[in-house]
Design a protein around this ligand. Sequence first.
Ligand SMILES: O=C(CO)[C@H](O)[C@H](O)COP(=O)(O)O
Length: 230
Amino acid sequence: MDKKKLAGEQAATYIEEGMILGLGTGSTVYWTIQKLGELVKQGLKIKGIPTSKATEHLARELGIPILDISEVQEIDLTIDGADEVNPDFALIKGGGGALFREKMVASLSRRLLIVVDDSKVVSTLGKFPLPVEVVPFGWEITSRNIARLGCSPKLRLHTAGPFITDNGNYILDCYFTEIQHPELLNEQLTKIIGVVETGLFVNMAEMIIVGGNDGVSVKSTPMQSEAANE
Ligand SMILES: O=C(CO)[C@H](O)[C@H](O)COP(=O)(O)O
């Protein structure tokens, strides 16, 4: 069975009546949103906050009620995908270019649940190029300043020129190879003028659902597991 589908559908079991839900972006959480559409048709009452225009479109097609982020103080649960997950649950996200809205939604969420297939689980982040959203004005300068942190940034391209995010910005895919200190790197990057947000999500994910050959495994943050063992 499709590993992404396994993980995505499993995540839907954490959805409860009355929740305000952050709806992630990508081909894994797609399966969660499909399941959610079925649950809504069966009468489940929830409201969704999409993390991209693509997800908003999908949710509307499935009849999932949508709220604007400005209408909520807090989100009960966000389910989203990731491009890489390390043992501390630090993530690289933004392969689909939705990292800014994904981080904004995650930051409002009481719980962030990540769905991935087992190819995304790594010991050290960085093989996947880190997406960084930047303002188009002077992006070449921003790119040079990012490169000083030890990577080679590449402007993400689309068919007819630069890829444009839902916020009207560009994405630089930054080839670091190994990111040993994700929190520090995130701080260094966000200090650079022109950087809107990075695809590094540190200390945000609470649970990871991994689809593999033998089914799904559910991992809770190392911090949570320690607390449970005390
Ligand atoms: O961060 C993302 C989009 O910006 C996605 O969640 C991430 O790229 C994973 O996508 P997929 O589930 O399609 O592999």
